[in-house]
Ligand binder design. Structure first.
Ligand code: SF4
Length: 333
């Protein structure tokens, strides 16, 4: 039997539809099939019964061994035995406990690995989508259900969240309804006073990930196509100070290894030095560039495995919290 916690309770809010998750990275050609219903903003009234009926059909199918094509090969897919003590029956309940906000793609960087940017060059999605109305409805009707799962999570999934007109309102709404977990994927070019305040007051666990991907201004420019390395470092410094002893859990700085751009131990050393020794970071994250990874069918040459091992060991030897992300996570080292 198979299951996926996101198929059961995840909702990816795209700019024109709802999807089950944001994570079909292993099957890009199947991304469009990861679809629940059309949705273009609060003028489209959501038929939540239909949303949950569609989820339930797939969840039940998976329990019988029918895996949707967009899920095949995904590392979030779990297999369990029909006789195992945990039968995951709550997967059949109708509630959401993971929201990805992917309804916009405005950005102030042009990262060469970014899907949102590809979409941005075709279609800039910056309109006010009315996401506050949607979130409010989900909180009020307990569609997004903090009673079923107090660790439910809202994550920004596309574009640069701090550019959103309603960014502060979204953060304040989460705090008002007692939503503790907010994942903020930001490029750090702008430092948000609201985020800084939330890190200080600690009513919510704002978990921030900033992809710096370099240890120098020159390499940063090759990855991001903007000259903002120093601004990002300043944002990291401010967030780390605001988070205090929670920085080890709240502020993760990511390095996506991109072949031929930043794939040397020297650049990783510079990244480590600036993050840990100069900015006080206590939590680092490594990943491999997605398009390259997909082109190579997930077969990672020894050279890149060695870089990942080197990175991990350096952090472990120095008591720096370290994790592998998506592609690096599924690479066998
Ligand atoms: S198995 Fe993977 S692709 Fe399928 S719903 Fe879960 S996270 Fe998404």
């Amino acid at each position: 039997m198979y299951r996926c916690k996101y198929l059961a309770h995840g909702l990816y809010i795209s700019y024109d539809c709802f999807r089950h998750c944001h994570l079909s990275i292993h099957a890009p050609e199947e991304r469009e099939n990861n679809f629940i219903v059309n949705y273009k903003g609060p003028n489209d009234k959501v038929d939540w019964d239909l949303v949950f009926a569609k989820k339930k059909e797939l969840v039940e199918g998976m329990r019988k061994g029918e895996i949707p094509n967009f899920c095949k090969g995904c590392h979030w897919l779990e297999e369990f035995d029909e006789n195992s003590p945990e039968q995951y029956l709550s997967d059949l309940d109708s509630y959401i406990d993971m929201i990805w906000l992917g309804h916009f793609n405005e950005c102030n960087a042009r990262c060469l690995y970014c899907h949102a940017f590809e979409l941005l060059s075709r279609k800039s999605i910056t309109k006010d989508y009315g996401v506050i109305t949607l979130l409010q409805e989900m909180f009020e009707k307990k569609i997004y259900n903090l009673e079923k799962n107090p660790d439910a999570n809202i994550s920004f999934a596309h574009g640069e969240p701090t550019l959103l007109q309603k960014f502060n309102d979204i953060m304040e709404l989460c705090e008002k309804y007692g939503n503790r977990n907010i994942a903020l994927y930001t490029n750090g070019i702008l430092c948000s006073d609201t985020v800084e305040k939330m890190l200080k007051n600690r009513k919510s666990d704002v978990n921030i990930v900033i992809s710096l991907d370099s240890g120098s201004r020159e390499v940063y420019k090759k990855v991001k196509f903007v000259d903002k390395f120093d601004d990002v470092c300043e944002t990291i410094r401010r967030y780390v100070i605001a988070a205090g002893d929670r920085a080890k859990f709240s502020i993760g700085i990511k390095y996506i290894i991109i072949p031929k751009i930043n794939d040397t131990k020297e650049e990783i050393d510079k990244f480590y030095d600036i993050c840990v020794n100069k900015l006080g970071v206590k939590y680092l994250i490594a990943d491999l560039e997605e398009k390259w990874f997909v082109r190579h069918n997930g077969e990672v040459p020894e050279y890149y495995k060695d870089l990942l091992r080197y990175f991990k060991k350096k952090c472990e030897d120095n008591n720096i919290r370290f994790i592998f992300f998506d592609r690096a996570l599924v690479t066998e080292l």
